[in-house]
Design a binder for this molecule. Structure first.
Ligand code: MN
Length: 415
């Protein structure tokens, strides 16, 4: 028997039409591959969509792909990822659940202060699935701290634990800022720990626990993912073979796109020279049909970062047939202006960094300070990013946003 384990699909992450098409093709290719491989079920460990209320065009395309899988008799199980939440509580994941396209395996029940997870038994294979969704970071009690582990550990048979969070012991160096869960908070002795959230593939093992796997993004989320994919990081999902025990788990790569990665050290030269050098370096490159990532770094000896005509170069590359051009100037600065341009950095990471730096304000409310303040700020920003619903009047939209902001800040009854 076998199942497919994927995570961080981030459908709808890309606005650029060509990338959006490739994103859908990768999802289609992965799902088609699952059918060909004859998997008994598919498990998606969070962030199936990039946002909780995605563009309906994206939903429609994704649904067509998933319906093909469902019509082949293959169930799709999922948990909520950090991107799947919505402020009002109903996510596309719930809607697809109601429609019977996917089944949410996070079935929590609070029993005298403890979080019990109800098991999902896959009908055909009798595999037992336990899932824990990403929590809204910092704003509600940590599921793991109140998790009834013994109940899960006592269950017999082939068991899978689906989760969407980093594990402290296996955190990649590049994500040192990320909040993670200590492995000791996980139930022990399950056969397979199906992870999500970490956008970097990894397989781990530890005494007392079965195989722990993070498949990484199925395609490419954004920012750093794009850079890593272009630099040759393969993307895909895991094929997990089992009977009453885990027999094998292998990575199944999916074709993403052809990429070209170029980086330039502009340290010690001025902006005029840097601009000239950039134009010259790009001249002979074959960019046709490729996703191009340009990374510039170093401290210019004079002039401003803005003097370098990145926009113009991007247009030229697009005119020469590049599919998409991504600029990373986060490590480029100038001695003259000491400016730090964050363009190309992950928006989420910029937000987090700025919020962390700025929450040292002098206010009396402890929840607005430090780590908690940064998390609350992040949550508010996420909320405010939600556009009005189709046909929603401005007045209704405003009062809904206000209401949700008050709830997020736990100020009900106060204002
Ligand atoms: Mn993700």
């Amino acid at each position: 028997m076998k199942f497919a384990h994927m995570a961080d699909v981030h459908l709808g992450a890309h606005r650029e039409p060509h990338l959006r098409r490739l994103e859908l093709e990768a999802f289609d290719a992965a799902m088609t591959k699952c059918v060909e491989l004859g998997v008994d079920f598919i498990l998606v460990c969070g962030d199936l969509f990039h946002v909780g209320i995605p563009d309906l065009g994206v939903v429609d395309s994704a649904l067509k792909v998933m319906m093909k899988v469902r019509e082949s008799g293959i169930p799709i199980y999922a948990i909520y990822g950090s991107h799947d939440y919505t402020p009002n509580g109903t996510s596309i994941i719930d809607i697809l659940g109601t429609a019977g396209v996917i089944a949410n395996v996070f079935k929590p029940r609070l029993e005298s202060g403890m979080l019990e997870l109800e098991v999902t038994v896959d009908e055909k294979t009798r595999a037992k699935l336990f899932g824990i969704s990403a929590r809204k970071v910092g704003l509600e009690s940590n599921y793991y701290e109140i998790l009834d582990r013994a109940k899960i550990e006592d269950e017999r048979g082939f068991k899978v634990f689906a989760f969407h969070s980093g594990i402290t012991q296996f955190k990649p160096l590049s994500l040192s800022q990320m909040e993670t869960v200590d492995i000791s908070r996980f139930p022990r002795g399950l056969d397979y720990y199906a992870g999500g959230h970490i956008h970097q593939r990894g397989e781990f093992s530890m005494e007392g626990y079965g195989k722990i796997v993070f498949p990484g993004p199925l395609f490419t989320g954004y920012g750093k993912d794009l850079e890593d994919t272009v630099r040759g990081e393969s993307r895909g999902f895991y094929l997990v073979e089992f009977d009453d025990k885990l027999r094998n788990s292998t990575f199944v790569p999916i074709k993403t796109f052809n990429g070209l990665y170029e980086e330039y050290d502009f340290g010690g030269i001025n902006s005029v020279e840097a601009n000239r050098r950039l134009a010259q370096e790009l001249e002979g490159l074959d960019v046709s049909g490729k996703v191009v990532v340009l990374r510039a770094f170093g401290q210019l000896s004079g002039g401003r970062v803005g003097d370098i005509e990145f926009g113009k170069r991007r247009s030229e590359l697009m005119a020469r047939g590049a599919v998409y051009v991504h600029l990373n100037r986060s490590a480029l600065s100038s001695m003259e202006t000491a400016e730090q341009v964050g363009v190309g950095e992950d928006p989420a990471l910029i937000e987090e960094r700025v919020l962390r730096e700025r929450t040292v304000v002098n206010v009396s409310a402890p929840e607005l300070k430090g780590e908690g303040g940064a998390l609350l700020g992040k949550e508010l920003l996420r909320l405010l990013r939600h556009p009005p619903k189709t046909g929603e009047a401005k007045k209704d939209y405003e009062s809904r946003m206000l209401e949700e902001a008050i709830r997020t800040m736990k100020l009900e009854g106060v204002v």
